[in-house]
Design a protein around this ligand. Structure first.
Ligand code: ATP
Ligand code: ATP
Ligand code: MG
Ligand code: MG
Ligand code: MG
Ligand code: MG
Length: 269
């Protein structure tokens, strides 16, 4: 095609190719979901609304299925991280393509699937998500990144669990609950939960304490198929087994070695 005299403006575009052989992580996060924001306006159950967590995971599954080369994802609260394979050549490794495709696919999915999770709770306005991209050159860096997010999930969830117990069960104002928890260590928070609310934090749902890990797994699907052989007069039903790879959610520890030993293929490619 003939080039116009305006073509030169393309040269103003910056090169944002991701360094080869690095894990490419895109993390997104809901805009203003906290105090006075989206979660309160949509009456999220505090501290953990299952509908919201499950919708986030549905959107993340959609991202993994629609886009290329995502090896693993991890989510908690209003955030999700997506890890692209270090050898990915998708969009010539352009950072802006990775980030914008992840965030826009996620955001449109959030709106598209909202009603499947929130039923009669109306979506009041279009939510937004921010995105960032970070490269990790070693497997250890990547594992530490994911450990960091899961540790964050644990710290916040322990705090939020006690905080909301103090507000909902003991009738403290948010300010009083915050003051009560000022300077407390994890052990103190566990103790408050146990002695005042008879809650053993370790028995709280894994999805709240560990967040959600999404990985690809081979699933054997058995289905019946109708076939008609030329010599037969009628169609026959036969069982066939197909192996498909599916995105499956786990709520497990990813800080220790066990997870990585159980699923070595995640880091292998
Ligand atoms: P920013 O725009 O800077 O991200 P934010 O208000 O979204 O601001 P975050 O640090 O991302 O701040 O915090 C998200 C907040 O959203 C949580 O602290 C919590 O209050 C709320 N939230 C997110 N997911 C849930 C959920 N499943 N159930 C209840 N509350 C949630
Ligand atoms: P990519 O993912 O690389 O952007 P693409 O198929 O979206 O691939 P574009 O170069 O963005 O490629 O082209 C968008 C195409 O979408 C147009 O060429 C046209 O065929 C179609 N399209 C977009 N808007 C309209 C519209 N308003 N009416 C009809 N067709 C449209
Ligand atoms: Mg934030
Ligand atoms: Mg947020
Ligand atoms: Mg957040
Ligand atoms: Mg296009």
């Amino acid at each position: 095609m003939a080039k116009s005299k305006f073509e030169y403006v393309r040269d103003f575009e910056a090169d944002d190719t991701c360094l080869p052989n690095c894990w490419i992580v895109v993390r997104l996060d809901g805009r203003n979901f906290g105090r006075g924001g989206f979660s309160e306006q949509h009456e999220f159950k505090k501290p953990n609304d299952d509908r919201a967590l499950q919708l986030m995971t549905k959107c993340a599954q959609t991202v993994m299925e629609e886009l290329e080369d995502i090896a693993i994802a991890y989510g908690q609260s209003d955030e999700y991280s997506f890890v692209f394979k270090k050898k990915s050549r998708w969009f010539k490794r352009r950072a802006s393509k990775f980030m914008t495709h992840v965030v826009s696919q996620f955001a449109s999915s959030y709106v598209f699937y909202w009603k499947d999770y929130f039923k009669d709770q109306q979506l009041l306005y279009p939510p937004g998500f921010d995105g960032r991209i970070v490269l990790y050159p070693s497997n250890q860096n990547l594992k530490d990144y994911l450990s960091w997010r899961q540790a964050d999930c644990h710290i916040n969830n322990l705090y939020n669990t006690v905080f909301w117990m103090l507000v909902q069960r003991s009738g403290l104002t948010p300010m009083q609950a915050q003051e009560r928890l000022q300077g407390t260590l994890a052990g103190d928070k566990n103790e408050i939960l146990f002695s005042e609310f008879n809650i053993n934090y370790n028995n709280e749902p894994l999805m709240y304490r560990k967040g959600t890990v999404l990985i690809w797994q081979k699933i054997n699907e058995v289905m019946t198929k109708k076939i008609k052989l030329p010599k037969d007069a009628e169609e026959k039903e036969v069982e066939v087994t197909r192996t498909r790879t599916k995105v499956v959610p786990l709520h497990c520890d990813i800080i220790g070695d066990q997870f990585w030993e159980e699923y070595p293929e995640i880091l292998a490619e």
